[in-house]
Design a binder for this molecule. Structure first.
Ligand SMILES: *[C@@H]1O[C@H](CO)[C@@H](O)[C@H](O)[C@H]1NC(C)=O
Ligand SMILES: *[C@@H]1O[C@H](CO)[C@@H](O)[C@H](O)[C@H]1NC(C)=O
Ligand SMILES: *[C@@H]1O[C@H](CO)[C@@H](O)[C@H](O)[C@H]1NC(C)=O
Ligand SMILES: *[C@@H]1O[C@H](CO)[C@@H](O)[C@H](O)[C@H]1NC(C)=O
Ligand SMILES: *[C@@H]1O[C@H](CO)[C@@H](O)[C@H](O)[C@H]1NC(C)=O
Ligand SMILES: *[C@@H]1O[C@H](CO)[C@@H](O)[C@H](O)[C@H]1NC(C)=O
Ligand SMILES: *[C@@H]1O[C@H](CO)[C@@H](O)[C@H](O)[C@H]1NC(C)=O
Ligand SMILES: *[C@@H]1O[C@H](CO)[C@@H](O)[C@H](O)[C@H]1NC(C)=O
Ligand SMILES: *[C@@H]1O[C@H](CO)[C@@H](O)[C@H](O)[C@H]1NC(C)=O
Length: 460
């Protein structure tokens, strides 16, 4: 389905000027459906989810001890500083006697207790991770990373986060325990929706030497999925394009992520050379993580620039630059997902890590790129150091390679798992003396119609 969008969409938009009203309508439908599609379900990571697993390890006189583990099964979406926040609602009158490796943000009203005071008495506790450097006696494995969880591809060893809690006033057998309800996961903002907790087969633990297996007394799982639309209503990233064969630099579409409006929203952005820059960065909203962006025509916190740099006989070369326009965010462990048909012949990549993602099985056109540890895995806040760059060398496959029709430009780019808005295909830099009317006038609407029909069939 995505291939069908990928190949027909540029062809349509490039020739909008000459299309029949029917084709325009169909093209509109295609564009519209590709947008909703991106927001609702991620075709590049169809199984991506965060699974929260509760393992009851021990019954206590008034409840149980459980180890809770948050697994990030998403290929390229990570949780960066200031980390995850997990909440739920107890089904009965449970309290948390103690926690190891995490803490609740509020204790709540424990006034009915004498002597031992619980860690938390709230009906709907909110839990956060502890910070690195927590004393050893307050740690368990996989805890205390300030709520940061890597993506599955980038660092599978750090793609989970755990804590332990002792629950009181709960059931003490697998018949009387009630699973908590209404799980919420913030990372740290909205975007995730969690399902209900399902009782599953108890987890089996294999000892270090592999000679003994133990198991949890009871286990339940909760699955949370991400939607960019829930996370933020406007885009946060855009793509600009240039090439060696045309002087035009195609900038991000104007107002992609917002518009500069000095009248209704003064201070919606700051000029890079403004004397008030420092006070604006430390001004209201400093801890809210709402972006404070440098004034640009697109107003996006992140811009990805794709430059078609060189043409060799058997290879061609691309330069990618990611620029941070947000004064309030250092992006740690950032990543980029890029879709381009030539990724199956990527020969060399400089100064970024690379892994191919194959969401469609055999079709190898999607790559995940991320920074090299201690070198460029930190994308600094806006300013002179707020960018990272890489060059990619592709081997030409004579059956597909062309500089015509914007083929050399990416089909889709994600930054940290969020879609980056591309310029409209009819604005792409053209080859000299190539016009967008390179397809026969009659053939094109027919092709558009067939492609649309194929897409419609898949959608319905
Ligand atoms: C969550 O992701 C894992 C790993 O990709 C997958 O096995 C599991 O089926 C997914 N769960 C759901 C409910 O999609
Ligand atoms: C509870 O434990 C009993 C016996 O140990 C087992 O047969 C039953 O399947 C368990 N029920 C659940 C919901 O785990
Ligand atoms: C769970 O959330 C829903 C919707 O937010 C609410 O209607 C319901 O009362 C909540 N359940 C509990 C047990 O808090
Ligand atoms: C529950 O979650 C664990 C860890 O993510 C996973 O290994 C297990 O397969 C899940 N069980 C079910 C039934 O989804
Ligand atoms: C907003 O102010 C900036 C500089 O202060 C100026 O460059 C820009 O044109 C103004 N935009 C509008 C819409 O007035
Ligand atoms: C980003 O990192 C630099 C250097 O570590 C630090 O000086 C700066 O305050 C950080 N900015 C933000 C917004 O966290
Ligand atoms: C995809 O192509 C790249 C570059 O040729 C190659 O290194 C990688 O192994 C391929 N991946 C798969 C899953 O075929
Ligand atoms: C490009 O990759 C495809 C799939 O891996 C392979 O069949 C083809 O021979 C490669 N082309 C070149 C020129 O390396
Ligand atoms: C470069 O591309 C632009 C479209 O972005 C086009 O208007 C212009 O004519 C092209 N320049 C040349 C020299 O072909």
């Amino acid at each position: 389905m995505e291939m069908c969008l990928g190949s027909s969409y540029p062809a349509i938009a490039r020739s909008t000027s000459r299309l029949t009203p029917l084709a325009v309508l169909l093209a509109f439908f295609l564009v519209f459906s590709s947008l909703t599609y991106t927001e609702a379900y991620d075709s590049l990571d169809p199984n991506g989810n965060i699974t929260i697993k509760w393992d009851v390890m021990q019954w206590t006189p008034d409840g149980y001890v459980a180890v809770v583990t948050i697994f990030n099964f998403q290929q390229y979406r990570h949780i960066q500083t200031p980390g995850w926040t997990l909440g739920w609602t107890w089904a009965k009158k449970e309290v948390i006697w103690s926690m190891v490796g995490a803490q609740t943000t509020e204790q709540g009203d424990c006034s009915r207790f004498k002597g031992n005071i619980p860690h938390c008495c709230k009906k709907d506790p909110t839990v956060v991770d502890l910070l690195p450097g927590t004393p050893y006696n307050m740690q368990i494995a996989n805890c205390c990373k300030g709520g940061v969880i890597s993506s599955w591809v980038q660092d599978p060893a750090n793609a989970a986060s755990s804590f332990q809690l002792s629950v009181g006033q709960a059931g003490t057998t697998n018949k009387t325990v009630r699973v908590p309800k209404n799980f919420t996961l913030r990372a740290p903002g909205p975007g995730y929706t969690c399902g209900i907790a399902k009782i599953v087969k108890p987890t089996k633990f294999i000892s270090q030497d592999g000679r003994r297996t133990t198991q949890a007394l009871m286990t339940w799982n909760v699955t949370c999925t991400y939607s960019q639309f829930l996370s933020q209503k406007t885009p946060t990233c855009c793509v600009s394009l240039s090439s060696f064969y045309n002087d035009t630099i195609v900038n991000c579409p104007t107002c992609t992520c917002g518009c500069q409006n000095n009248i209704t929203q003064p201070g919606s952005c700051v000029e890079g050379d403004s004397p008030y820059l420092a006070s604006a960065i430390n001004g209201p909203g400093k801890y809210s993580y709402t972006p404070l962006v440098q004034c640009t025509s697109h107003m996006c916190p992140i811009r990805v620039h794709w430059h078609v740099k060189l043409n060799y006989k058997e290879y061609w070369r691309v330069k990618i630059t990611i620029t941070n326009f947000n004064y309030r965010m250092n992006y740690t462990q950032w990543n980029l997902v890029v879709q381009h048909p030539n990724f199956d012949n990527l020969t060399q990549i400089f100064s970024f890590n690379y892994k191919s993602l194959t969401p469609y099985g055999a079709i190898n056109d999607t790559a995940m790129l991320w920074g090299i540890k201690y070198y460029n895995d930190l994308l600094m806040a806006a300013g002179p150091f707020g960018n990272v760059q890489s060059e990619l060398l592709f081997r030409k496959d004579s059956s597909t390679f062309t500089f015509q029709k914007g083929w050399a430009f990416p089909r889709r780019i994600y930054f940290n798992g969020d879609n980056c808005v591309m310029p409209p295909p009819d604005a792409y830099p053209w080859l000299p003396n190539a016009s967008p009317r390179s397809v026969g006038p009659l053939l094109l609407p027919v092709m558009v119609f067939l492609a649309t029909l194929a897409c419609l069939l898949v959608y319905v």
